[in-house]
Structure formats: C-alpha cells, structure tokens
Design a protein around this ligand. Structure first.
Ligand SMILES: [Zn+2]
Length: 304
C-alpha cells in the first residue's frame, strides 16, 4: 500500500492518508513522544493508509487520538480506530459525544452538502463510536505527552463551532485542522476554507489573532502538511478571507452554480498574477468545494 510519511522535529510524523485516493489532500500527525498521540484520523476510506503507515513505523497500538473538529474528512474513520484499538480513546469537542455514538444525524447533515453517493464513494461511511471511547475537551486543557511535554487544546471556532487546535510548546508546532485554510503542495499562500453553517469572519479572526500570539515554529494543516512560516501564513489567510468576502459581496445576482464558476475564474486569474504555475492552479481549482465556500460566505453575510 502506498505511503508518504515525513518526520519533523521532535518525533512528529506527518502521514498522508491519500484522501479520495489522491496524494497531498489530508494529513494526519503522530507525535511519538513518551506518551504518544495521533492527531486526526481522516475519512473512513483513508483508514487502511493510516494503519499501513503507522505499522511501517513500528507502531502497532495507538492508545489515544485528538480530533480538531467534527467534519467527516477529519473524523470519518473514528469508528474504525476504536474498533481496531480496543482501549483507544479520542479527545474531541463535547458535541462529538452527542453525535458520534449515533452518527446518522451527522451523516445526513453532511450528505445535504455533498450528496450521500459522493460521500459513500469518496470518504466512506462512518461507524458509530461508543461513548466510553470519547473524552470531551476543555479550552486550554493540557494533554500529557510524557516527560513534561504537553499538548494544549485551544478552542478555536470560526471554521466550525466544534473546532480545537492543538499546540505542542516543546516543538513549537500548532496543529491547526482547518482553522487557517488550505495549502496544497507548492503553494505558499492560503486558500480560505469557509463552509456553512458556522463560518463567521469575526469569530475566525479572533481565533487566528489568539493563535498568532503563540511562540510558533511550524503550523501543521490537515490540508496539507507542515509549514515553516506560521506568522506570514496567518496574515495571508486573513487577507484572503477579506478578499473572498469582498468578491462574493460584489457578485451580481447569479445562481449558485454561476457564482461558483465566477469564483473559480477569479481565483485562477489571481493565482496567475501571483506567478503560480498551472499545475498548482489546477490542483487548487479541481480539488476545492467552491460551491460550499460561496454558501458559507453568503450565510455569514445573511444573503443566502
Ligand atoms: Zn477539512
């Protein structure tokens, strides 16, 4: 089975879980400290890739994990995780305790955005997680990584109301989930990720401003990978979110599909002006759910 694993400072492994069978879409992380932890599991269909990568590192048992938020590209495989490792427990926002033992409602809500067929084919179905395998997080909670190393859970809404980021002060790495946005390979700019129903600019900017005050060396994104210029990227994310909101505000009265196409064309042109190569542009344009972005911004602006 194909594998793509990078080792960063202080025993942090970045694992590509080949979301939708494509490289560079979804990263999970494993902090191999004295008391290790997995961050994110990825969708159901990615679970075999995650396990094969962990086993190639000699890791045959994972006792605990931490999930940034409840979107299915991040937690879809959670039922597989607790089924494979019986003693495993998962740190997650308290809403997870409500939804994950009976994930039908969550599945239905996501199906309305992606369609059930697309979800089953691309991400795979979600299995229930017993409540005993779940631990709800509190803001600023410290998770013990052993030998005095701690992972701080920082509540960070704006992308989703159930979002946490995780800060490892020892390596100065911030595991951001989707709080920052997307950076696909070769990109050095951030593409916003502003889905309905929770995207809210003021809330997200408050979160980003709080995270900016941390002592950072790396930001670790779900989509995708670890990046070494955290402060520049946080500034860039805020600038681009403002530009996207401005673009949607000024759109004439178009159908959702027309608005989505306009956003893609505008974005491609902007990327060309920035000197981005065509392959990278295609990577961004063909792999983003731009309809969802328009819906998220419109809902925030109350123009949906
Ligand atoms: Zn995501």
């Amino acid at each position: 089975m194909k594998q793509d694993i990078f080792k960063y400072d202080e025993n942090i492994y970045q694992i590509d879980v080949f979301m939708e069978n494509k490289p560079g879409r979804m990263s999970c992380y494993y902090i191999d400290s004295t008391n290790p932890i997995l961050i994110e599991v990825g969708p159901s269909n990615s679970f075999p890739y995650l396990i094969s990568s962990l086993e190639s590192l000699g890791i045959n048992e994972v006792k605990r994990s931490a999930m940034t938020h409840l979107h299915l590209d991040h937690i879809g495989g959670i039922g597989h995780l607790v089924e494979k490792y019986k003693e495993h427990f998962v740190y997650i926002h308290e809403l997870g305790l409500k939804h994950l033992p009976n994930p039908e409602k969550l599945w239905k809500a996501v199906s309305e955005v992606y369609t059930e067929e697309w979800l089953s084919t691309n991400w795979g179905e979600i299995k229930p997680t017993p409540i005993n395998n779940l631990r709800s997080l509190k803001d600023k909670e410290l998770i013990d990584l052993g030998n005095g190393r701690k992972l701080e859970a920082i509540y960070g809404p704006g992308h989703a109301k159930h979002h946490y980021t995780f800060y490892d002060e020892y390596s100065k790495t911030l595991f951001m989930g989707d709080t920052l946005g997307l950076i696909y390979p070769h990109g050095n700019f951030v593409q916003p990720n502003l889905p309905p129903p929770d995207f809210n600019k003021e809330v997200l900017f408050n979160t980003l401003d709080e995270l900016y005050t941390l002592d950072l060396k790396y930001v670790a994104l779900a989509h995708f990978g670890i990046h070494k210029n955290p402060y520049q990227l946080i500034m860039n994310a805020k600038e681009n979110i403002e530009l996207w909101i401005d673009f949607v505000t000024k759109l004439p009265n178009l159908s959702i599909n027309e608005a989505t196409e306009s956003l893609k064309i505008w974005l491609s042109e902007n990327y060309r002006i920035l000197g981005v190569d065509e392959e990278t542009i295609n990577n961004y344009i063909n792999n983003g759910n731009f309809k969802m972005q328009i819906q998220g911004i419109k809902k925030y602006l109350h123009i949906d």
